[in-house]
Ligand binder design. Structure first.
Ligand SMILES: [Mg+2]
Length: 231
């Protein structure tokens, strides 16, 4: 019985995708917080990008300032038509090859959920920070995937990846930003752009540069052959 379980695990691959700047080519979290808090977000974001504060601290600071009128939000989000042009094909190919997909984001749940529903992926599993709307336009942000041992990111992607490792022999990681650096170090195959790619190069971690998901599709086909029917 033990061998059977081991054998199943060995056959399984998981593709972990970052959301902002990755599945969505636009950093929607950045756009939303900037729109509804203006220059105040720029200052907090600058502190985050310089490493002076982690994302959890950035979110705590902005939550007390930002005002997001819920009635405006749906129209605003629906105008951000920013899905990677090859993500749908990537999703189809992964499904045909029994590669599981999980989205792990240090962003906020309300716009990820809205995005996935609008683009036809309502059942795609995602993990992120959680927003609770209070009143007309106030928010609280909760961090169900926070790592107390580190304390930087609202969602610890590395901790999530490690918890998923027991079920998968091979983990592909796809991302672009600061919060992707830690988990990418633990992945078996990394696709990176922007900050993540530069960080991997500097650290000597193998990383394939990608501009969009077409590059990832090509790599999966190269490594695994043409595979089963992909429709
Ligand atoms: Mg990102």
């Amino acid at each position: 019985m033990k061998n059977k379980v081991t054998s199943r695990r060995k056959d399984k691959t998981l593709a972990i995708c970052d959301f902002d700047g990755t599945v969505s080519t636009v950093d929607i979290g950045h756009e939303v917080l900037k729109k509804y808090s203006g220059d105040k977000w720029d200052d907090i974001d600058a502190a985050y990008c310089s490493g002076r504060i982690g994302s959890m601290e950035a979110y705590r600071l902005i939550a007390s300032i930002v005002r997001i009128p819920r009635k405006d939000l749906e129209a605003y989000l629906s105008g951000l038509n920013s899905i990677d042009p090859y993500f749908e094909e990537f999703h189809r190919i992964c499904r045909s090859r029994s590669i599981d997909i999980a989205i792990i984001s240090d962003g906020l749940d309300f716009y990820i959920e809205d995005f996935l529903r609008r683009h036809g992926f309502p059942d795609l599993k995602f993990y992120s920070n959680k927003v609770v709307f209070t009143g007309r336009d106030r928010i609280n942000i909760e961090f169900p995937r926070f790592n107390e041992q580190c304390g930087k990111c609202g969602t610890c992607k590395r901790m999530l990846l490690e918890s998923m490792r027991k079920d998968y022999s091979r983990i592909i990681y796809i991302g672009d930003g600061y919060s992707d650096i830690c988990p990418a170090r633990q992945a078996d195959l990394v696709f990176g752009k922007e900050i993540l790619f530069r960080s991997c190069v500097k650290a000597g971690k193998e990383c394939i540069y990608y501009r969009d998901f077409r590059r990832i599709i090509e790599e999966i086909r190269d490594r695994e052959g043409s595979g089963p029917a992909e429709n």
